[in-house]
Design a protein around this ligand. Structure first.
Ligand code: MG
Length: 263
């Protein structure tokens, strides 16, 4: 009997720890280009991803580009250390180190690091290339790599390119996608819903006019707002029940969320 109890306990522990591993962090915090600011880490570095994971953010956002020799790398701007990424080989780019000694991450290395855990999602922004065809080629290569690495469960896709988001859904109909916009470039939630795009990921000023939150709930579309770094804007979005808030200040957002019952 003792032995049976012991085996049962072991099975129970194995089951619950597995269940915990499968749970994504339940909060609205997305670290913009990783969690870099407070600790002075390079944006979009593996170190900034690790810090977002350590903070238990729901997501860590990052941006990808093609190098001249078709390696997908993680960087915000299309220029890295004075080198235009699309006109430089990966070997050329990787000679230039970041302030913490890291090389520019490849998408593969970034995904593999993220896949070592299961709390923080990897929010992958497909950057717009020089030509529309270039953006679609990057989209295709990204999805191919994500599938090859079996990383789909970790990844959510975002892009300012509407055709890229539609292409993502063609290639992976189950993918979680969002359209990014600022100014007048936004698309109404009804149109997003019609095109099976699950999220509006807009500059927060867009949400200040109109009935975005009510309409999004009616359509079953989620709302993500960026880049929200001030406490008063965080509070406003929390009161509106924004689904996600993308910020350079994830530590501050966690502190504001702790106080949310008081405002
Ligand atoms: Mg981005």
């Amino acid at each position: 009997m003792k032995r049976i109890c012991f085996i049962f306990c072991l099975l129970f522990i194995a089951y619950t720890s597995k269940a915990q591993q499968m749970e994504w962090n339940k909060n609205c915090v997305i670290a913009h280009r990783g969690a870099w600011k407070k600790n002075n880490l390079p944006e979009n570095s593996i170190a900034s991803l690790k810090e977002a994971i350590r903070l238990k953010c729901y997501g860590s956002e990052f941006d990808v580009h093609f190098t001249k020799d078709s390696v997908i790398v993680v960087n915000h701007d299309d220029v890295y250390k004075g080198l235009t990424i699309a006109e430089s080989t990966y070997a050329e780019l990787s000679k230039e180190l970041q302030s913490n000694g890291e090389q520019i991450p490849t998408l593969e290395s970034y995904l593999l690091e993220g896949m070592r855990q299961k709390g923080t999602k990897l929010i992958l922004e497909i950057k717009i290339a020089k030509t529309p065809e270039g953006t679609i080629a990057l989209t295709d290569a990204v999805v191919q790599l994500v599938k090859k690495l079996k990383a789909s469960a970790w990844v959510e896709y975002i892009s300012f390119s509407y055709p890229a988001v539609l292409r993502l859904l063609q290639l992976d109909p189950a993918a979680k996608t969002a359209f990014l916009a600022e100014g007048k470039e936004y698309v109404p939630v009804e149109k997003l819903k019609e095109d099976h795009i699950g999220q509006a990921d807009y500059h927060y000023a867009i949400y200040k006019e109109g009935d975005w939150f009510k309409k999004a709930r009616q359509q079953g579309v989620t709302i993500n707002a960026w880049t929200v770094n001030k406490e008063e804007d965080m509070r406003w979005l929390i009161v509106q029940k924004a689904d996600y808030i993308t910020t350079n200040e994830p530590e501050l957002l966690f502190k504001v969320l702790e106080k949310k019952n008081d405002f």
